[in-house]
Design a protein around this ligand. Structure first.
Ligand SMILES: C[S@@+](CC[C@H](N)C(=O)[O-])C[C@H]1O[C@@H](n2cnc3c(N)ncnc32)[C@H](O)[C@@H]1O
Length: 348
C-alpha cells in the first residue's frame, strides 16, 4: 500500500502555502539556467502552437506558479527569438496526490496568467497524462518521497526493523531498504514521464541530495527529522500517543546521494542528461531559528504525523519539537550542508 504524504493545505498560518519560501528560493536561483536550457535544448516539433507543461508534485502554490511561469517565459522567449512565434497557447497540468489541497491551488491561481489549467491528481510514479503529449515537465522538491515505506523496516520482529522514524541512523540495512525502494520508484517516475513526453521535450528536476560522504543524520534535515522522532518518543512515553503505532511509523522519504540520483537516470536510458548542476539556495533573509524550523517541518511532515496520530497529537508534538529545536540550535548551525540540484533531461 502506498503512503500518502501531502503538505498542510489551506492559506492559514500553518500552511505550506505560507511557509515554502525556502523551496521557492531554488526556483529563483535556477531561473537563468532553466531559461538557457529551454532556449538551447528544447527541441519540439511545433505543429499546433499549443505547449503542454506539467508540474509533478505541485502542492498548493505559490512555488508551482513560479515554476510554470519560468517555463512559459522561457518558451515564449525562445520562439520569439527564433522568429517562428505566432501566438503560442499554454496548457498547464498540475499534478499531485489526490488528497493534495487542489482547492487552494485553483483558488490562488495568479490573476494575470496566460495559460489554461487542469488538475491531474494521482501518483506521479504512474502515468497521469496521455502518451506523447507533454513538452516540458517539472518536479521541484518532490523526488525525495518514496511510494511506500519498505515493509521489513516497519515490522518490529524483523531484523531490519528501524527504531527511528527515518533512516538517519547508521543501520546500513535500513538505508539499503530505503535505497532499493527509491530506485524502483525513481525508475517508475522516469518511465512514466518518458511515455508522456514528446521526443525532444524536457524534464526539469529540482531538489536536495546528499554530497558523497555526508550522512543524513549530519544534515539539518536529518537532525530535524530526528528531533521530530524524539518528540514523538516523548509523546509515547507520556501515553499521549500509542507506542505500538509509533513503532511502525516511518517516513516515506529518501534523500539520495547525487551519485545515486545520476546513476538511476543513466540506468533508465530514455533521456540524455543536459545539465546536472549544483546550485546554492542560500536565502539570507530567512532566519534559521526554532520558529522557522518548527513551522517549516510542521507544514511538510505535520500532515503525515496527523494522519497517523491525530491532529491534536500532531499539534502537541510540534510544541515539543520547537523546544527541542531551540536546545539543538548550536548543532543545527554546524550541520553539514545538503546540495541543491537542477537536472535537465531531454527525452530521446
Ligand atoms: C515539498 S512539496 C513540493 C511542492 C512544490 N513543488 C514546491 O517546490 O514547493 C512535495 C509535493 O510532492 C507531492 N508528492 C509526493 N509524492 C507524490 C506522488 N507519488 N505523486 C504525486 N505527488 C506527490 C506531495 O504531495 C507534495 O505536495
Amino acid at each position: 500500500m502506498s503512503t500518502s504524504f501531502t503538505m498542510i493545505g489551506g492559506e492559514g498560518p500553518d500552511s505550506y502555502q505560507k511557509h515554502s519560501k525556502w523551496q521557492g528560493g531554488l526556483l529563483e536561483a535556477a531561473k537563468e539556467k532553466i531559461n538557457e536550457a529551454i532556449s538551447t535544448k528544447l527541441d519540439i516539433d511545433f505543429t499546433s502552437n499549443l505547449v503542454n507543461i506539467a508540474d509533478f508534485g505541485c502542492s498548493t502554490g505559490p512555488n508551482t506558479f513560479k515554476a510554470v511561469q519560468t517555463i512559459i517565459d522561457a518558451v515564449e522567449h525562445k520562439y520569439q527569438k527564433e522568429n517562428n512565434y505566432e501566438e503560442i497557447e499554454f496548457q498547464v497540468f498540475f499534478n499531485d496526490s489526490s488528497n493534495n489541497d487542489f482547492n487552494t491551488l485553483f483558488k490562488t491561481l495568479p490573476q494575470a496568467r496566460r495559460y489554461y489549467t487542469a488538475g491531474v491528481p494521482g501518483s506521479f510514479f504512474g502515468s497521469v497524462l496521455p502518451k506523447r503529449t507533454l513538452h516540458v515537465g517539472v518536479s521541484s522538491y518532490s523526488l525525495h518521497f518514496v511510494s511506500t515505506v519498505p515493509k521489513e523496516i516497519k515490522d518490529h520482529d524483523s531484523q531490519v526493523w528501524n527504531k527511528d522514524i527515518h533512516c538517519t541512523g547508521l543501520s546500513k540495512e535500513v538505508v539499503k531498504a530505503y535505497l532499493d525502494q527509491y530506485k524502483i520508484d525513481m525508475g517508475s517516475y522516469l518511465n512514466a514521464r518518458a511515455q508522456e513526453l514528446l521526443s525532444g521535450g524536457l524534464l526539469l528536476l529540482l531538489g536536495s541530495c546528499l554530497p558523497n560522504g555526508v550522512q543524513m543524520s549530519e544534515t539539518l534535515n536529518g537532525m530535524m527529522l530526528d528531533c521530530i522522532g524524539s518528540a514523538l518518543n516523548d509523546m509515547a512515553e507520556k501515553g499521549l500517543i500509542d507506542q505500538e503505532k509509533l513503532d511502525t511509523f516511518k517516513l516515506p522519504i529518501y534523500v539520495a546521494y547525487a551519485s545515486e540520483l545520476k546513476q538511476t537516470i543513466e540506468d533508465n536510458g530514455f533521456y540524455t542528461i543536459e545539465r546536472f548542476d549544483i546550485i546554492s539556495n542560500e536565502n539570507e533573509e530567512i532566519p534559521i531559528d526554532e520558529e522557522f524550523l518548527t513551522v517549516s517541518f510542521k507544514v511538510t511532515v505535520g500532515g503525515i504525523v496527523a494522519s497517523q496520530f491525530g491532529q491534536d497529537a500532531m499539534e502537541k508534538t510540534f510544541e515539543v519539537v520547537k523546544i527541542k529545536t531551540q536546545e539543538i540550535l548550536p548543532q543545527l548551525a554546524n550541520a553539514k550542508p545538503e546540495m541543491q540540484y537542477l537536472i535537465v533531461l531531454r527525452r530521446i
